[in-house]
Design a protein around this ligand. Sequence first.
Ligand code: ADP
Ligand code: MG
Length: 352
Amino acid sequence: MIPTRFLFISLCFLIFIACQKDDSANTPKSTESAKSFEAMNTFMSLKSFGTDPEKANDAVEALIANIETQISTTKEGSYIYKLNHLNEGEEKSVETPAQIANLISFSLSIAKETDGAFNPTLFPIIHLWGFTTEKYRVPSDTEIKEALTATDFNKVSLSYQNNNSAIVTMKNGMMMDMGAIGKGFAGDQAIQLLKEKEITSAIMDLGGNVQTLGCKPDGNPWKVGITNPWGDAPIGGIAICNKAVITSGGYERYFEENGKRYIHIFDSKTGKPVDNDLASVTIIAESGMYADALSTTLFVMGKEKAIDFYKKNHEKFQMILVMNDKTLVYTEGLQDILTITYPVKKKAIIKN
Ligand code: ADP
Ligand code: MG
């Protein structure tokens, strides 16, 4: 005779299976969808998991295309283009949606906090060196001095009209550029949109800016490669969930003249391309906009100032500095999540 205890356990098991079946019938199935496209002068790709990831990815592509039409320095209809090309008396103004004003306001606050290492009004200098037209050249010191007079970010002001818009005003002759922060801003908006579209996990690569939503569908962290300035195989990988991993490197865009390399990241004090011992700076933070701004800024600051800045702000981000001599400097918070696979010369861990 079958023992009652066995019958009871079997019955419980059957009920459990039945409930499982019912559950899966009611819960929409999570699927995966990947997409790649070109926007903001770069190649972008994303992979999302959720009930309708294809629709969500399409919405992200449209969102980023729209952000580009609003903040590009080259698209004629953009708010930044309009502001840059106005020429009226002492000052010029443009009304922008609050979201764009918030981006400008954030860029100005980083500029103030970093004493201009980050400067969203460097466009006249970037233009002078030919980075906007690809007609690269080394300008004279007189030209640089002249262009620098139009790069005082304290001469930009914002006046919010209501919750929906603001008037951005700056001195005539000044020009803005969101190039060091725009992709991170777009990434943050994209993550927000994916959440609204009930995407449970996603990874995006917006031209070297990696941003993630949640962990991988199996619950493990995403593994993000750290670009190698000297070759194809990454320097290493970093295991993260819900974070942005953003790198600025001198190897990304530069020109050479008489054996000297001139990169696309500028020192706003000298008006010349940064020339220090850093090969790249990677920032790991929750916000893509913050990580993007800091990757450029800490590159401008150089190793010692970047470490000081980290010590004051260690709750907000982690960083990896790759030095030209192939040494690696990284922050304490990365110790357990960073795997180094490239034969670096030596490593140094920065404590808080
Ligand atoms: P990328 O866009 O290549 O990933 P970055 O995020 O570092 O790299 O941004 C570099 C861009 O930022 C430059 O092409 C230029 O438009 C702008 N830029 C350069 N120097 C500065 C600076 N000191 N502050 C703010 N923006 C800068
Ligand atoms: Mg940047």
